[in-house]
Design a binder for this molecule. Structure first.
Ligand SMILES: NC(=O)c1ccc[n+]([C@@H]2O[C@H](COP(=O)([O-])OP(=O)(O)OC[C@H]3O[C@@H](n4cnc5c(N)ncnc54)[C@H](O)[C@@H]3O)[C@@H](O)[C@H]2O)c1
Length: 268
């Protein structure tokens, strides 16, 4: 086990599986204490697998088996009471929060003229409003500490247009606006804010979207045909590498910016 994040506390949304889980384990391997927050139940939209209570429990067990500490919470990033309870318990138990990884999110295809209002609202409320709801309960603690790092998980869809993903892209571009504005507001308090922009990542989301399209993940990746480097997608552990770098003191002057890990896609 490394030590880069020993005595640091990391709060991660969407931690039960996919990128959130990989990031949680990577932080734990570097000595961080982890608070994982996840809805841990299916929603009707999008109709793919979400995290589960047993995945959250497995994350806790694995973090603890690495010699670190872990709290897990079942909650929706749209539910302020659940967020407040989780943040309060994290601060009560671990004493502080050094890093927030705003990662919970959903994705679904649909032409703009075919989306329902419910689908639009779910996308924006989870991906964009949810990031703000969580951050606003953690920022006061970071201000008190005079330090902190907030990393918002956007997407390549936060830097370009995407076919049949306008509501997703709108939510992910919105995260760039939050990132840049929070960076300005919070720099005087020594709090950094960055967004990350991965290309397709090999997670249950990717598998779920492919299944909804009646295609394989490989076919979906070929459809967006973008990565310059010869990989169909990247792994959640690749995202974890980037997040740990950005959260570390090695990135101490990185704030307000967009960290692209797109295997070259946006260069096209
Ligand atoms: N998979 C990709 O190709 C890809 C690429 C770029 C960016 N992203 C973004 O990365 C983030 C993580 O994606 P992933 O690929 O790990 O997805 P995933 O679906 O595999 O995992 C997302 C996790 O978030 C949880 N979650 C969903 N809605 C929630 C809510 N309302 N409240 C709390 N938890 C909730 C789910 O239960 C799940 O455990 C998302 O914001 C996604 O938009 C994904």
């Amino acid at each position: 086990m490394g030590q880069e994040f020993s005595n640091r506390v990391v709060f991660i949304t969407g931690a039960a599986h996919g990128q959130g889980r990989a990031v949680a384990l990577a932080f734990a391997r570097e000595g961080a204490w982890v608070a994982g927050f996840d809805i841990a139940k299916r929603l009707s939209y999008p109709a793919y697998e979400f995290g589960t209570p047993s995945e959250l429990q497995r994350l806790k067990d694995e973090v603890e088996s690495l010699g670190s500490k872990c709290l897990v919470f079942e909650g929706d990033v749209r539910d302020d009471a659940a967020i407040q309870a989780a943040v309060s318990e994290t601060i009560r138990t671990f004493g502080k929060i050094d890093v927030l990884f705003n990662n919970a999110g959903i994705c679904a295809y649909g032409y703009a003229h075919e989306l329902t209002e419910e689908e639009w609202d779910a996308m924006i409320d989870i991906n964009l409003k949810g990031a703000w709801l969580v951050a606003r309960r953690i920022i006061p603690q970071m201000i008190k500490q005079k330090s902190g790092v907030i990393i918002n998980n956007s997407s390549i869809a936060g830097l370009r247009g995407m076919n049949r993903l306008s509501h997703y892209a709108a939510s992910k571009w919105g995260l760039v606006g939050l990132t840049k504005s929070w960076a300005i507001e919070l720099a005087p308090h020594n709090i950094r804010v960055v967004s990350i922009h991965p290309t397709g990542v090999n997670t249950p989301m990717n598998d779920g979207l492919a299944a909804l399209e009646g295609a394989t993940p490989q076919e979906i990746a070929e459809r967006s045909a973008g990565n310059l480097l010869p990989v169909p997608w990247i792994e959640p552990e690749d995202v974890a590498d980037a997040v740990l770098f950005l959260a570390s003191d090695r990135a101490k002057y990185v704030t307000g910016s967009q960290f692209v890990l797109d295997a070259g896609l946006l260069t096209r």
